[in-house]
Design a protein around this ligand. Sequence first.
Ligand code: AMP
Length: 434
Amino acid sequence: MQDKTFESLGLIEPLLKGVREERYTTPTQVQEEAIPVILSGRDLIACAQTGTGKTAAFALPLMQLLAKDNRPLAPRKARVLILTPTRELAMQINESFKTYGRHMHQYTAVVYGGVGQTPQVRAMQRGVHVLIATPGRLQDLMQQGHIRLDGVEFLVLDEADRMLDMGFKPDIDRILAKLPSRRQSLLFSATMPENIVDYARTILSNPVRIAVSPESPTVDLIDQQVMFVDKDKKISLLLSVINEKGIKRALVFTRTKHMANRVAEHLAKNKIPADAIHGNKSQNARTIALDRFKSGRVNILVATDVAARGIDVDDITHVINYEIPDEAESYIHRIGRTARAGQSGTAISFCEAQERTNLNNIQYLLKKEIPVVTGHSYHSQRAQYAKGEESRMPQRGGGNRGYRNRSSRPQNRSGHGRQDGHKKGGYQKRRRYD
Ligand code: AMP
């Protein structure tokens, strides 16, 4: 599978040049499968997570199709419309188009809420090749007459599952009603539950369906560890982990905004440059924090789950779960921020006694135990041996795959030092329970 090249996918030279300059040598699986389909003009439904290279999988062929029929732009119109759930993702997609398309001379605009609309309106005035938008702001600008969608030839719904989860369906429906019915449509989703498949049927016409490796290579590449610790020792453990491992670029997750601030402040007090991002921060403050992190001026970014969605920063070597998420699915999203596109990464979870249930749920979802590291100064046996509740994940696929009795539950009671859990299994089917 991996011996394909970007050249063999039929991409034109200016795009190949952009890809080479990014030092991508081989297409990822989703790129290998999606690019020829999109270039052939077919609709596509793709099950692919962030981190698999899915942005380039649609950006590259779309830019090529635009160039093939180089018609003039019309004021306030876009030829490609990309809908995404979050502003961070919208900005990242825009960056990707600019990066991969730096030799294509195509115009993009990005439209999202939480910031003034004037620059966005201005960007649309003469029309663009590619418009990337979150559904709410797009509708605002359409209603005010600043954007018209009757010239859209290509539609991309990115992270469709998340858009539906976030309640965007009515907005998307209203937006889609304004699009020409003759168009090429692509739908990308990290998970493929029934409601997405049904919804896709109403939007796509005779689509090609692809799914990238359900074994989730990204998660398999991550070195996952648990450290048991008492609540009041977490900050000391964090400082020692960062200092001892000489961590240069880590994302630290907390459950609450308040805790994100507190952790970032503690780190800064201890001379570790850190910023916090969460929903209470303005869009500007979040962008600045993200830029500082990307440029390496800040080593540690402390984030809540919502703020971290879609963050795509290369070379994050460590994800630290300062607090274990309530939703097991969030754990997968969190650790997926490291080990991007084939690189390795480490995910360390700090687990206190009260978080055992959450940890059990995560291990149930992963279908494996996360190896425990006990050889640190703040190891808590109390946390390690706390039982937690039985996994409260619903059972899937009809079979009894729950942990019925304690002997088969993922608990780690033996020995010291690092213990490896079941190697087999791994994360197979992504499903959402939130
Ligand atoms: P995405 O899934 O689009 O969010 O991409 C995840 C990461 O993979 C981004 O940081 C890209 O820069 C990187 N990437 C995308 N395609 C490739 C490739 N063919 N080779 C190496 N890295 C890639």
